[in-house]
Design a protein around this ligand. Sequence first.
Ligand code: SF4
Ligand code: SF4
Length: 151
Amino acid sequence: MGLNKMLVPLLQGLKLTLKYMFAKKITLQYPDEKWEVAPRWRGRHVLTKHASGKIRCVACMLCATVCPAECITIEAAAEPDNRKYPEKYEIDLTRCIFCGYCVEVCPKEAIEMTTAYELSEYSREGLIFDKERLLEPPQPRYESQKQKKAG
Ligand code: SF4
Ligand code: SF4
């Protein structure tokens, strides 16, 4: 085998190694560094409220009906003035495919998707979000070392 046939690939390989050695790193040191997702990212849901603090959802069941994964469970109840509201509203995120149909179909803008993507849990039950959890804005799931030291 000629010297050139050995040297050229070796130099090509070294050139590539050097190129990536000094290039901007794309590995994120999670959780100290976090992904900045697109504003339209379809992450964990939230249920929204009126300015008065009342839940917007009127338990019309449209979201549960349109959901292709059948992961929304709603039990409706009525206020004394006959206004309906969800006594139980639950999303099983182990089944959700984050398609966003539930948001699109809602006539009251009562359900939104956030950019929260930290959804790992140790148990399946942890990924079943009930009404109370869905009414809370998502919190950062994992603290960075800096946050831990500060806290
Ligand atoms: S995002 Fe899609 S799969 Fe998930 S709850 Fe909404 S409709 Fe169902
Ligand atoms: S979230 Fe919207 S679509 Fe779903 S039950 Fe409530 S009002 Fe209806």
